[in-house]
Write a protein that binds this ligand. Structure first.
Ligand code: KG4
Ligand code: ZN
Length: 358
């Protein structure tokens, strides 16, 4: 089964082609530069960029997948037309949500038109499930072999979500904890903005934090004393703001490493405290972690240590590009849904759902 997957839930226009659970190609057209000067994603700008880029991104993914195309239909470039490239695709998968409504709309409408025009099956995908199953993407050769035993516990941490999810089987998810306000990545992005750093802030804070003193500022670990598995990052952000708001620019400039280390440590402590509690409560057989913030090496190190202490295997995406938004993760979910025959019955009725949950 060959799958074309499309993802436009935020600020990356992405397409990928998979053969079952094996990735043949993945294209990500990042809009970071367009949004950076505004310090965050601007929905209208994202919508326009997705609309301009979606067709070339899909074509590139199809070309890179090297599916056999009919070259007999000369003139030369005809073999590379969308009509020809899409012939070998069996299923089109697209992110329905959660995400930015008008950004999601671009992907969903495009996928719907393609599915109708070329008479393909279509599957709607939950973006968060994509982040979780990004751990199961294999390369062309079918590697790596990934074993998940149930129940498993997944931590998904990105700019839009911070969730702890109990997995009884692929497709059977229960959210056992989530952020009550900001996502962890969002908190990092906002702290970076307060320090006058660029966007997205997570990677910049990671780099600065390597040389900083994490004990420099005393910051709270919100909700850490509570029995539930929920997160909160807005109090942490506010505490950070009040501690530095009257500082002269020079003082902030001199202490960027210390401030970054302190803030990052508070975010990661919060993540780990609840993950540890959930592990003790649910006794999972496998741990999974994913999402944009998992690009952070310090967080990966700390998660690995926690898994080792509890003697539970931990899966994290093998490639950096599978942590942040991509379409390969949408395609892998589609593969498992296709095995369960979860195709959309009425293509016309397919719609985005910006607040889609499990
Ligand atoms: O998964 P993602 O690409 O998009 C969403 O679905 O939100 O995640 C983006 C988030 C941003 O908040 C960004 O600052 C954060 O992931 N991020 C990082 C790193 N790389 C990206 N946070 C910490 N360290 C990083 N290296
Ligand atoms: Zn995401």
């Amino acid at each position: 089964m060959k799958i074309l997957a499309i993802e436009t839930s935020c600020d990356d226009t992405c397409a990928a082609v998979l053969e079952n659970d094996r990735l043949l190609s993945s294209v990500i057209s990042s809009q970071t530069d367009l949004h950076a000067k505004w310090g965050g994603v601007v929905p209208d700008i994202a919508k326009r960029a997705h609309s301009e880029r979606i067709e070339p991104v899909i074509k590139e993914a199809l070309k890179n997948a090297n599916l056999s195309v009919d070259k007999s239909t000369s003139p030369l470039n005809k073999g590379r037309s969308l009509d020809n490239l899409i012939k070998n695709i069996d299923v089109i998968a697209v992110t329905l949500g959660p995400g930015l409504s008008i950004a999601l709309g671009v992907g969903v409408n495009y996928a719907k038109e393609l599915a109708k025009k070329y008479n393909k099956k279509i599957i709607g995908i939950n973006h968060v499930e994509g982040h979780i199953l990004a751990n199961l993407i294999k390369n062309k050769e079918g590697n790596p072999e990934r074993k998940v035993e149930f129940p498993s516990l997944a931590l998904t941490v990105s700019g839009g979500h911070t969730k702890l999810i109990l997995i009884k089987d692929i497709g059977d998810y229960t959210v056992i904890g989530e952020t009550l306000d900001d996502a962890a990545g969002e908190a990092l992005d906002k702290a970076a903005k307060m320090m006058g750093l660029g966007y997205p802030g997570g990677p910049i804070i990671e780099r600065l934090a390597q040389k900083g003193d994490k004990k420099y500022l005393v910051l709270p670990r919100p909700l850490s004393g509570q029995k539930n598995f929920d997160y909160s990052f807005s109090g942490l952000k506010t505490s950070f703001y009040y501690q530095i708001k009257d500082w002269p620019k020079e003082k902030i400039g001199e202490n960027l490493a210390n401030l970054s280390a302190s803030f990052q440590d508070a975010v990661f402590d919060s993540l780990l405290i609840k993950f540890k509690k959930a592990i003790e409560f649910y006794n999972p057989k496998t741990l999974l972690a994913s999402g944009g913030v998992l690009a952070n090496l310090e967080l990966r190190k700390r998660l690995r240590k926690l898994a080792k202490e509890n003697n539970i295997p931990l899966l994290m995406p093998v490639k950096k590009q599978f942590n942040t938004d991509n379409a390969a993760m949408i395609g892998i979910v589609a593969y498992y849904k296709a095995l369960r025959k979860e195709f959309v019955k009425e293509k016309e009725s397919l719609d985005r759902d910006p607040r889609l949950n499990f």
